[in-house]
Design a binder for this molecule. Sequence first.
Ligand code: OSB
Ligand code: MG
Length: 367
Amino acid sequence: MNIDYLSLRLVELPLRSPFRTHQGLIKKRTLIIVEVGDQSGRKGYGEVTAFAEPFYTSETTQTAWHIISDCIVPTIDFQKVMHPFDFPEQVTGIQGHPMAKAGVEGAIWDLYGKQTGQSLSQMIGGSRKRVKAGAVISLSDSTAEGIEALEKKGYERYKLKVDKGKEREVIEQVKRVSPDLPLMIDANGAYTEKDMDHIQTLDKYGLIMIEQPFQAGDFYLHQQLQQHLKTPVCLDESVMNFHDAKQAIQLVSCQVINIKISRVGGLSAAIKIHDYCAQENIPVWCGGMIESGISKAHNLALASLPNFSIPGDLSGSDRYFEKDLVTPGIQMENGEIEVPSHHGIGIEVDESYLERVTKKSKRFRLK
Ligand code: OSB
Ligand code: MG
């Protein structure tokens, strides 16, 4: 592939309202936009969706900036990347840091699509033209009002962030206004072994699933829970790569997997996990990271693959942002979002707005 330069931009996007989980509060979204380009002026964009603080996984915006600048750029021979699938093989010598790697791989995919005249969805074998949207209700949203407003917009699935011990309260609040909504909760690892019986009492609500009840790393505890729980367990933080997905499935630690391109180290790994889950009859859905339209466009392509049979954390640009990095913003209509069909990620980056929200930037010549 022709890749002449790589640039990094540290960006801060104002959020419409703060996003709170039991692990922390996000008031503005700090992220890194990766750009790669060729001599013909074609540009590919990717996004590092790590947060400023390591509350979700261990990476941060700063660790990713360091890994890309000081480890990936100096050691990888980008001229040996003939296809985006070659990039993950080039970085196997760098341990961990999936989000840093995913951001660079994403930019390469976009550029490759633009160079070869194909959309990202087309390149990876996507079969859907539209995907179903799902809303996430953070702990700072007023649950009942929040749900009513979102229901009017037509989201197909609702995910509540929960505080341990207050699950009943929020679930019952929602059930009072909308008894039949497809509802799930995300615990972000808040429970411990002592909560095993307590979690089982949530079976009566008929939730479509419970996401990441225990800490990442404990496949055994999730297996024990799933054996005694009718509600499907879904894993998020536990699945950081293909091997984790394989273990989770073979040990029956879950019945569903949330795939995030960034968390698993890039689109290639996400596709590999998707294919394995399809073969093992494990449905998957596409997770979200309160990300910009650049990352969302990558997510839409991923979610167009056939085994993404459950609505994901996929929302329109206006869910979190007054103004997005892409133009026009991503639109959710009647509970669905269109999969972009133009070349690469298929969505135009608003370069002047990107410039305006950039806090610092760095450019590397690659040949
Ligand atoms: O667990 O999926 C998660 C946001 C921040 C950190 C972790 C998670 C989330 C979300 C938001 O659930 C998903 C979205 O972008 O809508
Ligand atoms: Mg989650």
